[in-house]
Design a protein around this ligand. Structure first.
Ligand code: TXA
Ligand code: MG
Length: 338
C-alpha cells in the first residue's frame, strides 16, 4: 500500500511520527517553506534512506532541522550539538530570523551528522516556524533525536512539494510502513529557505528565499556577499532544478505575447503563467501570477504542478518583477527553465 496521509492536528499522529523518526524511519514533514523528507540526522542508515528515496547523490548535503529555542542563547540547544562555532553575525541572524525560513551553514562538529552533511566539514541548520514541524521536532528530541535531516520531499531535480498530497505523489512507489506523511496543509511560504554560508568569516548568499538580502543585512550589520566559485555545492543551486515534466520558458510580457501570436494559434501544447491576461489565450490552460511576491511564492510550485498535470509540453511564464522581494521566485523560475 502506498504512503497514506495522517492529519497532523492529531497529537497521536505527531507521537507516532516522532517514534518513527527515533526508530530510523522516514517522515514527510510540513514546514513553513516546503514539505521535507525527514530522518534522524545522527542515524546514518536513516539518512541513507533519504538519499535512496529521493535519488539524490550522497555528496549533496541536507539541512538539519532543530526544535525551537531552549538553548542558552535563545536558539535551539541543537546548534551546539551540530556546530563547532557560531560567528557573531550568524548568531545575530539566528536571533532575528529563527524560527523561520533561513538556513545557516556553520562549521560542523566532528563526528555528528556526517552522512547528512554529505561529506562537507560544515552543516546546514534551520529552526522551522511551522507549528507541526516544531511539535514533531520537540517530540522527537524527547526521544533522543537531536536534529532531523530533511531535504525537500521531492525526487531529485523535481518541483518541491507544498502539500501533503504532492509528497504522496512523489513517493507513491514507497510502502506505507516506510514513509509516514504528516498532513499539515499547504505551506505558507511556498519556496525553500534562504541559505547563508557562515563558514567564510562573512555571510555569503547560497540560495535566495523569502528572507531578503536587505533584511539579512539590517539584522547582522554586514553586507551579504554573492556566492563565488569556491562556495560549497548546493543542489538547490544547480542550474537546472525544480523542473516539471513540461519545458518551462521565461519571457517578458512583450516577448511572451509576440511568441503567443506566432505559435499560439495551435496552442494545444502550451500553458501560461502570466501577470496580466492574454486575450488570445482563451481556452489555453493558464494561471495569473499574483502581484504580491509572497502570494506568488506561496502558490508557485503548486501552479507548476497543476499546469504540468494538464499534459502540455511547454509552460510559458512571464518574468516576475525585478524587485528584490521577488529574488526567490525569480531564482526558482530560472532554474525550472534551465
Ligand atoms: O526550506 C528548506 O530549506 C527546505 C525545508 C524542508 O526545510 N529544505 C530544503 O532542502 O530545501 P534541500 O535539501 O532541498 O535543499 C537544501 C540545500 C541544498 O541545496 C544543499 O546543498 C544545501 O542546502 N546545504 C545543506 N547543507 C549544506 C552545507 N553543509 N554546505 C552547503 N550547502 C548545504
Ligand atoms: Mg530541494
Amino acid at each position: 500500500m502506498p504512503p497514506r496521509l495522517l492529519p497532523a492536528s492529531d497529537n497521536a499522529a505527531i507521537d507516532l511520527a516522532a517514534r518513527r523518526l527515533a526508530a530510523g524511519s522516514l517522515v514527510g514533514m510540513p514546514t513553513e517553506t516546503v514539505y521535507g523528507l525527514a530522518a534522524d540526522a545522527d542515524n546514518a542508515t536513516a539518512v541513507h534512506r533519504i538519499f535512496g528515496a529521493k535519488g539524490r547523490p550522497a555528496d549533496h548535503p541536507l539541512i538539519v532541522h532543530l526544535a525551537p529555542g531552549d538553548g542558552p542563547q535563545g536558539w535551539g540547544a541543537g546548534v551546539d550539538h551540530y556546530a563547532s562555532e557560531v560567528p557573531a553575525f550568524a548568531a545575530a541572524l539566528m536571533q532575528a530570523f529563527w524560527p523561520g525560513p533561513l538556513t545557516l551553514i556553520l562549521p560542523r562538529r566532528n563526528g555528528v551528522a556526517a552522512v547528512a552533511a554529505g561529506g562537507q566539514d560544515s552543516v546546514g541548520l534551520r529552526c522551522p516556524a511551522h507549528p507541526v514541524a516544531q511539535a514533531l521536532l520537540t517530540a522527537a528530541a524527547a526521544q533522543g533525536v537531536s536534529g532531523v535531516a530533511a531535504p525537500s520531499a521531492n525526487r531529485f531535480g523535481r518541483v518541491s512539494p507544498t502539500t501533503a498530497s504532492h509528497v504522496a505523489e512523489e513517493f507513491a512507489s514507497m510502502a506505507d510502513e516506510d514513509l509516514l506523511i504528516l498532513d499539515g496543509g499547504a505551506c505558507p511560504v511556498g519556496i525553500e529557505s534562504t541559505i547563508i554560508d557562515c563558514t567564510r568569516g562573512h555571510p555569503v548568499l547560497l540560495r535566495p528565499g523569502m528572507v531578503t538580502v536587505a533584511q539579512l543585512e539590517a539584522a547582522c550589520g554586514q553586507p551579504i556577499r554573492e556566492r563565488d566559485e569556491a562556495a560549497p555545492r548546493a543542489s538547490g543551486t544547480l542550474e537546472s532544478h525544480y523542473a516539471p515534466r513540461a519545458r518551462v520558458r521565461l519571457m517578458d510580457a512583450k516577448q511572451l505575447r509576440a511568441a503567443f501570436e506566432v505559435l499560439g494559434r495551435d496552442a494545444k501544447n502550451i500553458a501560461l503563467y502570466v501577470r496580466s491576461p492574454i486575450e488570445a489565450a482563451k481556452g489555453v490552460p493558464h494561471r495569473r501570477m499574483p502581484d504580491d511576491a509572497a502570494a506568488a511564492a506561496q502558490e508557485l510550485f503548486a501552479v507548476l504542478r497543476e499546469l504540468d498535470a494538464t499534459g502540455v509540453r511547454l509552460i510559458w511564464v512571464e518574468t516576475p518583477p525585478a524587485d528584490p522581494e521577488w529574488d526567490g521566485v525569480r531564482d526558482r523560475l530560472q532554474r525550472a527553465a534551465a
